[in-house]
Design a protein around this ligand. Structure first.
Ligand SMILES: Cc1cc2nc3c(=O)[nH]c(=O)nc-3n(C[C@H](O)[C@H](O)[C@H](O)COP(=O)(O)OP(=O)(O)OC[C@H]3O[C@@H](n4cnc5c(N)ncnc54)[C@H](O)[C@@H]3O)c2cc1C
Length: 399
């Protein structure tokens, strides 16, 4: 980095290269790709403090494997866990299916070591749970997508591995019922809720042909509880919740739980498998707005592009909608219309154009939908302070 800084050579930090917005991909053609893959040492795990310290190139699955014998897990889980790296996770502040239970990755990072654009190292490798000594600099690098520094080491607070879990799938006819089920789940299941995932009938059709005995439903909600309480008590709790609905299935054994989760996990894979092009949007808004946003995009597309299909799924309780549009071939006009409709909706409702995937290169020009002019100007000032020659991931996040 020192050399590249002196020679003004652009550098693209790259982790597992699983990012969804092109942040780890060289874009101009003159960049050095800096792979972190070989920085994959786990330094230590302190069971008294439940903190793991490791290099940033460690693959997420490997960290979970390492922690299992101690009875702990990483506080995040993603579909890409077999190849994404903890450094990439930190650089994107990744979300995923444990967000509801353990909060953002940001809130579980205790310390970082970062190499700046000029080659200087800042050691912020704290393992303390509490530390209020002035500006908390690590937060600038979390979610900075390789534009402010290269993360080389991390300290992560880890939650305990829970012994038992029960999964349920609800079929619902009205969107309002899905939103009401969120509050009902909080009331009935309380602190044992581990995940609440959601998808619509269009997503279900491409994800599975299996008959679940739920009949035709317009919306589906997957609810999981996990705890160290005994399995029977956990099951009773879930049954109490499920009893409020006419269409639901319960899974306690591993095979059935996996098959319910597969319905959700298959959706992006099924979209990928359809011949054609998928336009992917990962947005944040209040959960009661998901269906309204989807219907609005659908309505705008229907008149001119009847072949376009719209799918909604996501992390309902986190307010994170994955809105996907499919068309037989890529069409810039569809993209433009979908984006102008969706982003105007987000602007109106103070939503976010990126819930968990980041900005990268794909969303940089839309940053002003979710950030004010002054906020973007402050971001530019910070970028200049850390990287005056703009060598770190140029044109990413801020274009
Ligand atoms: C099947 C699948 C499922 C996914 N599910 C989710 C999900 O549920 N939630 C979610 O949030 N994301 C998800 N993702 C997106 C992706 O896995 C995450 O963004 C992940 O955190 C990226 O990690 P990575 O190591 O692959 O980083 P990369 O893709 O290599 O890089 C991502 C960004 O971070 C920067 N970067 C990488 N390493 C460093 C470093 N050490 N220091 C500084 N900058 C660095 C890069 O320059 C780039 O800007 C999914 C992706 C796939 C393919």
């Amino acid at each position: 980095l020192k050399y590249c800084h002196e020679q003004r050579v652009p550098v693209v930090p790259q982790g597992g290269n699983t990012g969804m917005v092109g942040g780890s991909v060289p874009h101009r053609g003159d960049e050095v790709v800096l792979s972190l893959s070989r920085m994959n040492k786990i330094h230590s795990f302190d069971p008294t403090n439940a903190v793991i310290q490791c290099q940033s190139g460690c693959i997420l699955d490997n960290l979970n494997e390492y922690l299992r014998p101690y009875g702990y897990v990483m506080p995040l889980d993603l579909g890409s866990s077999g190849s994404c790296q903890i450094g990439g996770n930190v650089a994107t502040n990744a979300g995923g299916i444990r967000f509801l239970r353990y909060g953002s990755l940001r809130s579980n990072i205790l310390g970082l070591k970062v190499v700046l654009a000029n080659g200087d190292t800042i050691d912020l490798l704290n393992t303390l749970r509490k530390d209020n000594t002035g500006y908390d600099l690590k937060h600038l690098f979390i979610g900075s997508e390789g534009t402010l520094g290269v993360i080389t080491d991390v300290c992560v607070a880890t939650p305990m591995l829970l012994a038992n879990s029960v999964t349920a799938l609800l079929g619902l006819d009205y969107y309002e019922d899905a939103v009401a089920a969120l509050s009902a789940a909080r009331n009935k299941l309380g602190e044992s809720i581990a995940a609440i995932e959601y998808w619509d009938s269009a997503s279900m059709r491409i994800s599975s042909t299996t008959q679940l005995g739920l009949g035709d439903c317009r919306f589906y909600l997957l609810v999981e509880v996990a705890s160290n309480m005994n399995l029977e008590s956990l099951e009773d709790r879930m049954m109490d919740f499920l009893g409020m609905y006419s269409k639901g299935v319960l899974a306690t054994d591993e095979g059935k739980k996996k098959s319910l989760w597969k319905l959700r996990e298959n959706i992006p894979l099924a979209l990928k498998g359809m011949n054609g092009h998928t336009y992917k949007y990962d947005v944040s808004m209040s959960p009661h707005l998901f269906n309204q946003a989807t219907l609005m995009v659908q309505h705008h597309l229907a008149a001119e592009y009847p072949h376009a299909q719209v799918f909604q799924y996501g992390h309902l309780a986190d307010g994170n909608l994955h809105l996907n549009i499919w068309s037989p071939t890529f069409d810039q006009e569809i993209k433009n219309l979908a984006e102008s409709t969706l982003y105007e909706f987000l602007r109106l409702h103070r939503g976010s154009i990126s819930a968990e995937h980041g900005i990268g290169v794909l969303k940089a020009k839309h940053l002003n939908v979710s950030k004010s002019e002054k906020a973007i100007a402050t971001m530019r000032n910070l970028k200049f302070l850390f990287d005056p020659y703009n060598i770190l991931n140029p044109n990413k996040v801020l274009n």
